[in-house]
Design a protein around this ligand. Structure first.
Ligand code: NAD
Length: 329
């Protein structure tokens, strides 16, 4: 059986990545859309064979409750709107997939989790890396520690965006900010690499283009301390290209570079082990994993609680950057 998926928000990620990836899945089919832009509708209907009765806008989206031909609603709108639409989605009684970062605040994340629990539907957060096979090896090493205790790790993700477009990504109310958008990859990597929760964080934020980044961060650096003694240094920026996870342990090291891109994630370890398992398409794997959890009624790989743990720390990072203080978590 294939699950019928409804994409909410037909922006760049839905159009260029998720919709094409849905065609590569075994257990999913794109058969519905929610959009606020009527001019997009004919093209999407034609390209993906979406019937008229499966086309909604943000005001009519709650009526999906009466549509038996939709199984999953996937929220792909600006981060500041995730909670609003994920809760509407949960209240239709359909399963919910929500893009990363889960929401702007821990309270919003909790509201999404509560709505899904109340409606007895599954909730998955779109952390595609946790489905990627080489990342999964690193995640397993967090538990087995083949190179001994982790001393320090670096997780760095950045793009050199020379001319940032005016969009929700520069708008704090809509959930803009580099720490939210890209930094969560570094933060999530620090947590899955250590398989531990940090006990404190200290952060700094800076910009070289204050006229553009008037309300959001261009660059954020953060340091997490773990109870085991491990220290994680995270960096994220839209002013500089960087894509590396490096883990220094008592008895060796390992690295993934790039660690967060859509394709080509690979790495190696100090004992010569290569982390080079192939994957056809990360997003197709993610959606198939999440579909199987629904079809088999098994736990999802990346639940809402996982997304919320990151957002709690992201909030502390912004607070620390503002005050300069170390924050206990
Ligand atoms: P985008 O700006 O290209 O698209 C956002 C869509 O939301 C647009 O279609 C826009 O019309 C719609 N929208 C609805 N209400 C809106 C409002 N009030 N203001 C602005 N837009 C509104 O953004 P995107 O790059 O497609 O990102 C969408 C989501 O996907 C974000 O949560 C982002 O973090 C996530 N994303 C995830 C990945 C990944 O690798 N997992 C990659 C890119 C984006």
């Amino acid at each position: 059986k294939k699950l019928n998926v409804c994409l909410v928000g037909l922006g760049n990620y839905s159009k260029t990545v998720l919709a094409p990836a849905l065609r590569l899945t075994k257990y999913c089919k794109l058969n519905a859309i929610v959009t606020g832009t009527p001019s997009k509708i004919p093209k999407w209907q034609k390209k993906y064979g979406i019937p008229d009765q499966n086309v909604y806008n943000y005001e009519t989206m709650h009526q999906i409750a009466n549509n038996p031909d939709i199984d999953v609603i996937y929220i792909v709108v600006p981060t500041g709107l995730h909670a609003k639409y994920a809760i509407i989605a949960a209240n239709t009684g359909k399963h919910v997939w929500c893009e990363k970062p889960m929401a702007k605040t821990e309270a919003e994340c909790q509201n999404i989790i509560d709505a899904c629990t109340k409606n007895k539907v599954k909730l998955s957060i779109g952390y595609r890396m946790q489905h990627e096979p080489n990342t999964r090896t690193v995640i397993s090493w967090g538990k087995t520690r083949p190179f001994g205790a982790i001393k320090t790790l670096r997780a760095e993700i950045g793009y050199n965006v020379s001319n940032p477009k005016k969009s929700w990504r520069l708008d704090a109310d809509l959930g803009g900010g580099t720490m939210y958008d890209l930094g969560v990859y570094a933060l999530n990597a620090a947590r899955y690499t250590t398989a531990e929760e940090p006990v404190s964080v200290i952060a700094t934020q800076m910009t070289t283009r204050p006229k553009i980044f008037t309300e959001t961060d261009e660059t954020t650096h953060f340091t997490l301390e773990f109870l085991s003694g491990a220290i994680a240094h995270g960096k994220t920026s839209v002013g500089k290209s960087m894509h590396e996870l490096y883990v220094d342990c008592e008895k060796g090291w390992y690295t993934l570079a790039p660690f967060s891109m859509y394709a080509g994630v690979q790495g190696k370890a100090s004992n010569g082990t290569l982390l080079n398992k192939p994957i056809n398409n990360q997003q197709a794997r993610q959606m198939d994993d999440d579909a199987l959890a629904i079809l088999n009624d098994t736990p999802v790989m990346v639940p809402g609680e996982e997304g919320m743990k990151d957002i709690r720390i992201v909030e502390a990072i912004y607070k620390s950057a503002k005050s300069g203080a170390l924050i206990s978590l």
